[in-house]
Ligand binder design. Structure first.
Ligand code: GLN
Length: 455
């Protein structure tokens, strides 16, 4: 814990930690020491972690990197973080992210973006990815041993790929959403961001629980994920979906993908070509459903209950208060999502957009169901269409260009499946590249065991 606190002090330029809690950390570390001395150490006793700013942590700022939650200190602890503290982990502080987890580059954060510890040509600053960019930067730069992330459309897996770290999005329902500030409730899932597959297995075991406080928590017992890590994947069938071979895919991504398939084959898996025919509709469906749910979830930030309230002029009424607070408190990307979401849910367009997107979502899920019914155990794809891009290079462009970054990851959230990003190789500049493995529902142990072969 002391080593991490020192490293954090020296890494201000990465802007990864947005609230540091050194006193809390030292107190928790001392409690962990006592537990170890008493012979009562459990899974994560004494392991220093960073927590994404999206998790409510009791008495500690939890702002979802938004101005609208300025000064918000929850009265309660999220189930996930409580589970981690119960398992003995130590909190170092809160980590930077895109505002309300909306983004792929960390540039929508009210704190300014986190920076990737890897540098581009001539030392150029790169994005750590998003939305869990602070988590990825912190793990990648050894500021903590692991971090929590959340993933609605790729926000754990893409930043992991950009920083050479491991990121796991569990099956929807595996990890409680209680106390995690909501973005798109039918897609959001928290998961571990770690330095290794084994760490991800241990940390997922500590994070996951059956939770009556989350109505979508699955009543499926949490197995020992670490015990599943045998390294033996002989006879497993790994699908390569042809629809993920996109036009204009860089050669290095294609080469990496082949290399990953070779590694799995060499370990005794059978590699099969599969088809997931509705893949091309995933991104448009996601960018209807996620903003729709976000517009509803974010209606609660009205200047009355939490955080910011804009200064009002004489004669301003309650509507002015709502309008001014929301105009000041939400950044441009969040405002864009609220407008899109409100539009697709409006009476005249609900069927044309929202209902159609839901039908497409069902077809995407069916594609995966059929592949698994045909005996496929996991699906191998690239994690991202490129390595980490330069900060500033995408933010001012057409927002759709940024959305395209999620092309390989959103399908997994739409289908509610577990997915993991593992660092496998490097691009021509020496920057990390990741591959994604998509597993069967609630078979994270199997998925982690396959990922071990790629590590
Ligand atoms: N980049 C995607 C978005 O902006 C995914 C974000 C996430 O997974 N939280 O919606």
């Amino acid at each position: 814990t002391e080593a991490c606190l020192t490293a954090i002090e020296g890494a201000g330029a990465l802007n990864a930690f947005v609230h540091k809690t050194p006193e809390v950390a030292r107190e928790m570390a001392q409690a962990a020491d006592a537990r170890i001395k008493a012979g009562n150490a459990v899974a994560m006793t004494g392991i220093p972690l960073g927590i994404k700013d999206l998790f409510c942590t009791k008495g500690v700022e939890s702002q979802a990197a938004s101005r609208i939650l300025t000064g918000f200190r929850p009265e309660y602890e999220s189930t996930v973080t409580q589970n981690l503290w119960d398992a003995g982990a130590v909190m170092l502080g809160k980590l930077n992210m895109d505002e309300f987890a909306m983004g792929s580059s960390n540039e929508s954060s009210a704190y300014g973006n986190a920076v990737n510890p890897w540098k581009g040509r001539d030392g150029a600053d790169l994005t750590p990815g998003g939305s869990s960019g602070g988590s990825a930067a912190a793990v990648g730069a050894d500021l903590c041993l692991a971090a929590t992330g959340t993933d609605t459309g790729g926000s754990i897996r893409q930043p992991a790929a950009f920083t050479g770290t491991v990121g796991l999005k569990p099956t929807y329902g595996r990890v409680s959403r209680w106390g995690v500030i909501a973005f798109a409730s039918s897609l959001d899932q928290a998961g571990p961001m770690t330095k290794s597959v084994r760490d991800a297995a241990i940390m997922l075991g500590a994070m996951a629980s059956v939770d009556e406080k989350d109505s979508t928590s699955a009543e499926i017992p949490v197995p020992d994920f670490e015990a599943a890590l045998t390294g033996d994947i002989r006879g497993k069938k790994i699908g390569i979906p042809r629809e993920y071979r996109m036009d204009g895919m860089p050669d290095e991504i294609d080469a990496l993908w082949r290399q990953g398939a070779e590694m799995l084959r060499d370990a005794g898996a059978e590699i099969v070509d599969i088809s997931l025919p509705h893949t091309k509709y995933a991104l448009p469906a996601y960018y209807v459903i996620a903003p729709a749910e976000a517009s509803s979830n974010l209606a609660r930030y009205d200047g009355v209950r939490y955080g910011l309230r804009a200064k009002l002029g004489q004669g301003d009424g309650i509507t002015d208060m709502y309008e001014k607070t929301r105009a000041e408190g939400f950044g441009p990307e969040v405002q864009r999502r609220i407008m899109i979401g409100t539009y697709v849910l409006s009476a005249g367009f609900y069927d044309a957009y929202y209902n159609r997107a839901r039908r497409v979502r069902a077809l995407i899920k069916r594609d995966f169901d059929q592949a698994y019914a045909a005996g496929v155990d996991a699906i191998l794809t690239p994690a991202t269409p490129s390595s980490a891009f330069a900060l500033g290079s995408m933010a001012d462009a057409d927002p759709v260009a940024m959305y395209l970054n999620d092309v390989f990851t959103v399908t997994v959230n739409l289908a509610g499946l577990p997915g993991i990003s593992v660092p496998v190789g490097q691009d021509a500049q020496g920057l990390p590249l990741g591959l994604q493995l998509i597993g069967r529902p609630f078979e994270e142990g199997d998925l982690l065991n396959q990922a071990l072969v790629l590590e």
